[in-house]
Write a protein that binds this ligand. Sequence first.
Ligand code: ZN
Length: 363
Amino acid sequence: MERAFVIKTVNQHYALNQEILRMLEQFREMMNHCIHVGLAENLTGLKALSSKAYSQLNEYDVMSCYKLCAISAAAGILRNYRKAIRRGEKPPVTSHVKRLRLTTCYGLKIQDGLLLLPYRHREPIRIALTPHVQASIQGYAVRSVTLTGDKLSLAYAKQPVEVKPRGFIGIDRNLDNVTLAATDSSILKYDLSRATIVKTTYRDIRSHMSRNDVRIRREISSKYGQRQREKVKQILHHASKLIVQHAKQERFGIVMEQLTGMRRLYQRGNWQGRRYRSRMNSWSYAELQRQIEYKARWEGLPVIYVYPHGTSVKCSMCGSRMARKPEENRLLHCPKCGVSVDHDVNAARNILARGVRFAPFAL
Ligand SMILES: [Zn+2]
């Protein structure tokens, strides 16, 4: 059986110079050229676009590997453009690309701590890689590089050896913690309260602003939004790292909820707005899952998704509907089997039980 590759990325800053800027601009022009051709000729698919546009890119003085990658990037943009129209969404006013962003998967080399990118015959562009990036990619195959005006990102891959788990952990995510319930009946909680504090600060700042000055408010929200997202991302990275380390150590597969409805809605795209808090939360649910999933797959640990319906209200021992006593807001009681349990733990156990039922492994 062929094993699937898992891709990770690592980023760093770099100093833009004339040659790289020229390459980025050329790449953008080629992309826009291809998008124009694609729209004018109503071409769908990489192959059709490639056979029509490739020869037209002769007028650009760049190595041919960038032409192929520009066509492929343009095909991706055209695909999204058509998808938006099919869904009845308002398509972007212009399909013209303004951002400088180049991705290539051909001809790149890593040598003595340098990234070499094809530029002129036998004269590659050299960019120094940071020690962190060098250490991250050590021993792996670098698949592609993406350059913007100030950052570079390397995608590297491995074929993980699939781990046969000796058990599973169910993961339940709440506003301020992540609760893990394992098949060996151990329970762990990771405190996310730092993320929660960050969100609270944001809300306070925002509610003190005048409602009338929409323009200023928008500016501030977007600046704060970005910073908030970066902060939350760091906290989630820490949590997901610990969770996957634990799973690896114990040789446990991972079971998580399939995100549905509102939570899935805000996974991506324009998540800023009036319902900022709920979007932020929804986004961070999805982001934590994404991180846990790729980190787990990188280690060869299986990841299973289950439907979340009822996981928070059903008894994890007997399946009856649980009751909540108002004076003990974290505890749930089962009227049928008499068990009292923390509601996060109960939910994590329910998620675990659903996953184990569908696990294609004999435990
Ligand atoms: Zn019960």
